[in-house]
Design a protein around this ligand. Structure first.
Ligand code: NAD
Ligand code: UDP
Length: 342
C-alpha cells in the first residue's frame, strides 16, 4: 500500500525541481513546491497548479520556515554559471543559509532531507573519472567559488547535522543534467547550442571546445534522486548521479547540428576562468547501492530536448527564424555541416 508523504521541494519551479515535483505527485505524494523564482518559472509548474496534491509557496530558503513535512528535497540554487555569478553573495547565502534553514526544519519536523550537491565540488579534477572519495581541486577565490564552495559548505553542514543531531540525510553529487524546461537564456551549454542551432545563429564554443562533460537526461536523474531518498539509511554518502558517457563540447556541437540540420557555424569565445577541463562520474556506488544507472543516451535525450525548444521558440514568432519545416528541409538536403571557427 502507498505510504503517502508530504514532501517539500525547494527550487521546485526550476528545471530539475519541476520534473521532480511532477514525479512525486505521480507517485501519490503531496508536494509543497517552494521557490523564489530567481531562475525558476511558474510556466514549469503551471500544469500542476490544479492538482489537489500540489501547493506552491513563494519563499526564499535564506529565510527560516516552519512546515509539517515528511521529506525535503533541497534544490534551491541557480545552477547555471552565468546566473549564479550575477549575485555571488546571494548564491553563497542560498547554499549556506538555505542549507541551515532546511536542516533546522528537517530536525524540528523529524523529516528526511536530500541535498542537491554537484560535480562542481570536484572543481577542475585531477582524478578521472571522479569517485566520491576524491576531495576535489577547487579555487576558493575564483568566480565559480560562490557556487562550488557554497555547495561544499552545504555538504559539510549536512554531514555535521547528521553526526551532531542525528538528522537523516541524503546527498547526491549531480553531474551536468539537461532536458525540457531549461530556460532558453539559461546559459548552460546544451540549451545554448540547441537555441543557437534552431535560430541559425553561430554556436559559441568556449576555448578549444576540447573540454569534456558527461550529460545526464533529466528523467534519469530524477529517478536517481528518488531512489537515493528511498534507499536504506545505511546507503553510503555522498552519491554521484550522472551519465558516464563523456563528450567534448565540439562533439556536442556537432551532434546538435546533425540532429537539428542547422547550418549554424561554430565560433570560438574565450574560456571562462576556472572552467573544468574534464568531467565524468564514476557511478559504481549508485549502481551497487541504488540499482540505478542512466538509460537515455545523449542522442535520444538531445532529440527530446530539441523538440521541446523547437516548440517553445515557435511560440514566439519574432524570436524564431528557423521553424520545424525548414529544419526538415535542411535535413533532407543533407545540409548539416560543421564550419571551422575563424
Ligand atoms: P534551476 O536554476 O533551473 O533551478 C533552481 C531553482 O531554485 C529555481 O527555481 C530558482 O528560482 C530557485 N531558487 C534559487 N535561489 C533560491 C532561493 N534563495 N530560495 C528559493 N528558491 C531559490 O537549476 P536546476 O538545473 O534545476 O538545478 C537544481 C538543483 O540541482 C540546484 O541546486 C543545482 O545546484 C543542482 N544541480 C543541478 C545540475 C544540473 O546540471 N542541472 C548539476 C549539479 C547540481
Ligand atoms: N560552454 C560552451 N559554450 C556555451 C556554454 C558553455 O562551450 O555556450 C562550455 C563551458 O565552457 C564548459 C561546458 O561548455 O566547458 C559546460 O558548461 P556549462 O555552463 O553547461 O556547465 P558547467 O561548466 O557548469 O559544467
Amino acid at each position: 500500500m502507498l505510504n503517502t508523504k508530504t514532501i517539500l521541494v525547494t527550487g521546485g519551479a526550476g528545471f530539475v525541481g519541476s520534473h521532480l515535483c511532477e514525479r512525486l505527485i505521480g507517485a501519490g505524494h503531496d508536494v509543497i513546491c517552494l521557490d523564489n523564482f530567481h531562475t525558476g518559472s511558474r510556466d514549469n509548474i503551471l500544469h500542476l497548479m490544479d492538482d489537489h496534491r500540489f501547493e506552491l509557496l513563494r519563499h526564499d530558503v535564506t529565510v527560516p520556515l516552519c512546515a509539517e513535512i515528511d521529506e525535503i528535497y533541497n534544490l534551491a540554487c541557480p545552477a547555471s554559471p552565468i546566473h549564479y555569478q550575477i549575485d555571488p553573495v546571494q548564491t553563497v547565502r542560498t547554499n549556506v543559509h538555505g542549507a541551515i534553514n532546511m536542516l533546522d526544519l528537517a530536525m524540528r519536523a523529524h523529516a528526511k532531507i536530500f541535498q542537491a550537491s554537484t560535480s562542481e565540488v570536484y572543481g577542475d579534477p585531477s582524478v578521472h573519472p571522479q569517485v566520491e572519495g576524491y576531495f576535489g581541486n577547487v579555487n576558493p577565490v575564483g568566480p565559480r567559488a560562490c557556487y562550488d564552495e557554497g555547495k561544499r559548505c552545504a555538504e559539510t553542514l549536512f554531514f555535521d547535522y547528521h553526526r551532531q543531531y542525528g538528522v537523516n540525510i541524503r546527498v547526491a553529487r549531480i553531474f551536468n543534467t539537461y532536458g525540457p524546461r531549461m530556460r532558453p537564456d539559461d546559459g548552460r551549454v546544451v540549451s545554448n547550442f540547441i537555441v543557437q542551432a534552431l535560430r541559425g545563429e553561430p554556436i559559441t564554443l568556449y576555448g578549444s571546445g576540447l573540454q569534456t562533460r558527461s550529460f545526464c537526461y533529466v528523467d534519469d536523474l530524477v529517478r536517481g534522486l528518488m531512489a537515493l531518498m528511498e534507499a536504506p539509511d545505511t546507503v553510503p554518502l555522498p552519491c554521484n548521479l550522472g551519465n558516464p558517457a563523456e563528450f567534448t563540447m565540439r562533439q556536442l556541437a556537432q551532434l546538435v547540428l546533425e540532429i537539428t540540420g542547422s547550418r549554424s557555424i561554430l565560433i570560438h569565445r574565450p574560456l571562462p576562468q576556472d572552467d573544468p577541463t574534464q568531467r565524468r562520474p564514476d557511478i559504481t556506488r549508485a549502481q551497487e547501492h541504488l540499482g540505478w544507472s542512466p538509460s537515455v543516451q545523449l542522442e535520444e535525450g538531445l532529440r527530446r530536448t530539441i523538440h521541446y525548444f523547437d516548440q517553445i521558440l515557435s511560440g514566439v514568432q519574432d524570436r524564431v527564424p528557423m521553424k520545424v519545416a525548414h529544419l526538415a528541409r535542411l535535413r533532407s538536403n543533407g545540409a548539416a555541416r560543421l564550419e571551422q571557427a575563424t
